[in-house]
Design a protein. Structure first.
Length: 73
């Protein structure tokens, strides 16, 4: 890995730019492949969340109902 990617500010800038440009899937793949990108990418992705639906969809399908937005325990 290039030495400049050891600087946290640079990694966070790259992660923010990827997420802001709409390349969220690319950013997520990068976070899965490189440990130094994991926290900056996750932080950038969480900053852009404006709804709870993506979070609820991460639960098993029998827990949520998209039509009525019902969540069962």
């Amino acid at each position: 890995m290039h030495a400049c990617l050891n600087v946290d500010e640079i990694v966070r800038l790259i992660a923010s730019e990827l997420v802001a440009s709409g390349a969220k899937a690319t950013a997520a793949i990068l976070a899965c492949c490189c440990k130094s990108f994991e926290d900056p990418v996750l932080d950038a992705l969480w900053e852009t969340q404006d709804r709870l639906r993506p979070l609820l969809k991460s639960f098993p399908e029998d827990v949520w109902n998209e039509g009525g937005c019902t969540v069962s325990a």
